[in-house]
Ligand binder design. Sequence first.
Ligand SMILES: [Zn+2]
Ligand SMILES: [Zn+2]
Length: 757
Amino acid sequence: MFLNNAIHQYIKEAGLNPLSKIGSELVRQGLTSRPLHHSKRKVILLVIQENYQLAIHYKNAFKLEDVNCSCGQKKPCEHIFGGLFYLLESEDADLVETFEIPAAFGNVLLTNEDGAYEVLPTFALDDYRKLEIKDSESYTEFLNVYKPPFLRNFTSFTLAKIVLKEDNHLVGILSEKNYFQDDVTGKFHTVDIQKDISGFSIKCNTCHEKSFSVCIHQFEVLKSQDIKSILLFGNMPDYQEELLLWSKKLDIQISKFKHLYELVLDGQVTNVLLVNHNFYTQNRLSKLRQNIESELFAPNDSSLLEDQDETDGSFGNAILWSSDHNGDVANLIKGKMDKLGSEFHSKIESVLSPEYLPSHEKTLWYQLERFIRESSKENKILKDKSWNRFLQNKVDTINQLTHYVITSKVDFLLISKRNIKRINFSSHFVDLVVSVEQNESFYTSRLKLKINDKEIEPKEHNILLMPYFLVIQNDAYIFKHPEIGRLISMLGWDEIIVDTDHSAQFTSFLFSLYNIVEVQFPNEIKPDTVTLENPHWKIKIREKGNYLVFTPMLEYGEQLEVKLPVDKWLFTKKNDQNIYTIPEEDIDKFTRFFLEQHEQFEYNLFNHGSFFLHYKDYLYENWFLQFFEKCRDYGISIFGLEELENYKMNTYKPSIKMGLSSGIDWFNVDVDISYGDQAVPAKVWLEAMKSNEKYILLGDGSLGLIPDEWFHSLKRLSLVAYEEKGVIKLNKFHFNIVESLFDDVNDDELHKAIKEK
Ligand SMILES: [Zn+2]
Ligand SMILES: [Zn+2]
């Protein structure tokens, strides 16, 4: 047929694929429909195995545009192969020319801009969609036409129950099942069916896209016989009636019934299900009491009366740290203190306002609260980093607040003294060591903790891992490095055992750990690391909108530059087998230098993980001049200044010298202005002064700043002086103003010269 070249090309590009075999089997078994051809849309449509719609779009006789199958598997699937093989065996005359595209192909057709075919109506799956059903036949037809495309995603759904809700609406609850585990996943999906005067409508609470067909969940619910009979005959049970009936039957008040039970459809009748499993009927309760009495020998033991309000203690506030990375890391709680006033005893709950904190501690809480809010917007990695810096910085003051951690997975509403634990932050940070041992067959690696230079075996302690610190007994240790928490949760405390035959993979695994924490290698695979020394400090500056971004770099020899802040500690050089590392103090020293230069650096590093300043801060009170002078003192090389566009400041303070000499009726005023090696011609600065500019455009394209003390004097001078052949002249007529001209300027020589004239 006419597309043979294009099809061969497509199959060739797909490469060797075992599914092509299944494809030819489909053709052999005659499981392909007769192809439709829409020549205007350049598409051939086929149905494979009665179930899968295939759309073969082509560009020309030598190139297919795209091939789509409704099975949803990775392309090319067996159906695509089947369809293409079938076409290769067909003649052009076998194609059925069509001018309409059947609705069932809506999901596989490429959308086109010119709208050359009928656009199918789509419905938002999470919005009520009207069900156009009159009789059993139209019901079946509806399901056939609007059946969802088959997706092989290895989950299936079973309608677990149909719940009757207030306002006479039904909720189908589907449980999710996994093909492989052959078990329920514990996930549930709900589909709502609503009845109003115009009839029934349906929506899904899981799917949110728009679709021509119903979703798999809706389809599963519509397939149910109970639902079908309700939709066809409209015999939906009346919620209020059922409620009355059942509450009477169970002898329970209606409001309580609603709280504990739900009404479910069970065939043609309704039934009740206890949904609140914490509910104890009288019967159940007396059984529980008997159990307690027989199991626990002291029947009136006060431990059973926990959380009873038996103290006269006063209320207090505390911080409750959660182990949940994603939610709020810390929350404010209140509770009634025990008699000693040291721990919460009862009435513990989450609160918003720190009403029991003295004012100083209130401030600490508000700082913490603001930080929680701000950090929650950051991505994972930045969030870990900024929390780590925050806690490390606050370690001296944070214990002024009272802290608890949640010790078990429990909802915030259910916290009691049983599932929280009082902690104090230690001033020591916790570091991680990966200890690796080797015998003839295996490597064994496990984690150890290092606190205050002492190694600690984690298995000997009951360790509670929190997002930004860990707790041993009642002490909380902040992580030394922000990555430690995630690393522990990924590696676990258990040993990792690897076959020594896989040493290459294992060492590269250890190397990535080595970037973050200390690794104790066995001798056989110990890497030769070379510690580099004596870095040269460099700073690269670039503009980003209204900001100037500073990248500090440590340069070790020609081939290795380390940008700050660092996140990896191991480096390689080009054409060099060695692994290099750098001393932590090199980084600390340069970072400290930066933080001392502008308070904004600390804030920005802290909150955004890089060094930058707003241009206003850069220019304010000529901060940049002092900064660059400091850099020159420290021998730091600066890069990127030439490429700045808007804030290309000359980094030198100007040197300005003045002298006077007199002629018959004029003075020569010699003003020498220079910035580093850039001298300023008289004409240039005179013009700048006349137009009231504080910056002078220098020969190298940078802007030289005129300091305030000189600006006013030079400005006044520019108004009375004139330039002649590069010399500035002043009429003797103006002599009396000369003296007052330079009042602002601190230059004894100059004042003396003026006096002498
Ligand atoms: Zn397919
Ligand atoms: Zn759905």
